[in-house]
Design a protein around this ligand. Structure first.
Ligand SMILES: [Zn+2]
Length: 206
């Protein structure tokens, strides 16, 4: 399945989710499980946040074997995330990668708090997540946005998604090659906790 068809399938699934008319759970699970026991052919790779309110399969109304999902707090891109995307894109010929951030992301607000209060200590492991997010958002805290916390968080979520998508596009020779020669597409999106809607705002061809 090409990237644009895959993107449309995700959009349709999200429309069903928003409308409260999901269909994925109506597919007989036993039959589907035996169908995919010998191999998978996910049509999209999703790098999303670990937040319990944003399960990719549910918000896109997809079933077993449809999505290759990587979830980590703040949808950051560290080497193991790059490797996971490389593995799926190369092995399963999946053509679409979606970096999926979301409104009110705790990893983003934790990073903003760390920027505002640098002396506060945290665990090295948690700090490693903050350190990945910080470069994408620290310049925003010096703009007029610092007077509008809600908008600052909103713009920071988007800046972090853009940074992760850009990192996937340019931080891996394997992915770069797939983008140039095999039609791989990396897009960025934001899920709204308030409406359930996914807005694909970065890297979508016109
Ligand atoms: Zn989050």
């Amino acid at each position: 399945m090409d990237a644009i068809t895959a993107l449309e399938r995700l959009r349709e699934g999200n429309r069903r989710f928003v409308a409260g008319t999901p269909t994925a759970s109506s597919i007989p699970i036993h039959a589907r499980r035996s169908e995919i026991v010998d191999g998978q052919e996910p049509f999209a790779i999703i790098l999303g946040c670990a937040d319990s309110r944003v399960p990719a399969e549910m918000v896109f109304d997809q079933g077993l074997g449809d999505l290759f999902v990587i979830r980590v707090a703040g949808n950051i891109v560290a080497p193991s995330q790059v490797g996971s995307v490389e593995f799926a894109a190369d092995r399963f010929k999946t053509k679409l990668v979606v970096v999926l951030g979301h409104s009110q992301c705790g990893a983003i607000t934790a990073t903003l708090e760390a920027l505002q209060n640098p002396t506060k200590t945290t665990s090295p492991s948690l700090q490693s997540i903050v350190d990945r997010i910080r470069p994408a958002i620290e310049t925003l805290t010096d703009t007029h946005l610092k007077h509008d916390h809600h908008e600052l968080v909103h713009q920071s979520v988007r800046a972090n998604v853009r940074a992760s998508a850009s990192h996937l596009r340019h931080g891996s020779a394997i992915l770069e090659n797939l983008i140039q020669h095999e039609g791989l597409l990396v897009v960025g999106a934001e899920y709204s906790l308030e409406t359930g809607k996914v807005d694909f705002f970065d890297g979508v061809p016109a």
